[in-house]
Design a protein around this ligand. Sequence first.
Ligand code: 13P
Length: 252
Amino acid sequence: MRRKLIAGNWKMNGLKADAVALAKAVFEKFDSVANCPFDVLVCPPMNVLGYVADVPHTSVFVGAQDVAETTKPNGAFTGDVSAAMVKDLGATWTLVGHSERRTYHNETDAVVRQKTENAINNGLTVVICIGETLEEREAGKALEVVTRQVRESTPAIANATNCVLAYEPVWAIGTGKVPTTADVAEMHAAIRAEVAKNLGAEVAEGMRILYGGSVKPENAKELLGVENVDGALIGGASLKVESFWAIAETQL
Ligand code: 13P
């Protein structure tokens, strides 16, 4: 039985005071749930990652949104933050390969795979993001694109404990549009089958596959009820404790 994961990606939002206030509110809310049946993760931007990780919490994981591509823990890589540095700040997770990184920073599957490997080698648990563009979906290439991303972005050392996949159709991110539940079911089944091909049936069975893209309190129950959907990666609605909680609450 896969434990669901409710994950918030704060993206480039959060000055120090706001981020710490949001973290306090989220931690207080989730830490008060006895025997919570799902995992919770928040991924603040790098500027506040350490401050957020330092806010006392017991049941919520804190993650970065990215790590450097270089395998070196430090060195002449201006602007980069290594997986070792992320770990040092107190984070235990990281996202990699978000479509906004793939689009605005030209991150290829090979880059995403290297970043994932670096993160895992530094003891971080990784959420690898994948998803097709509207153009690719309209051209009938969604399954082909996403299974290729799964195959080429996931390193051989990935397993069900150190790695989670997040299917985020690019056209559903921040748009209020969501795929049909049939499309989500088809894609998640294809992703799990691809993982089985690459990493074996046992890893595939245990690996969590999240859905992301315009997840809101109104649609969370339906999306999270789709077969092979093991949680949500939430952008906008994770920036307010009320909406983040309202999504999570559908899983209690
Ligand atoms: P929204 O929930 O704002 O659509 O963002 C989804 C996302 O990109 C999470 O990583």
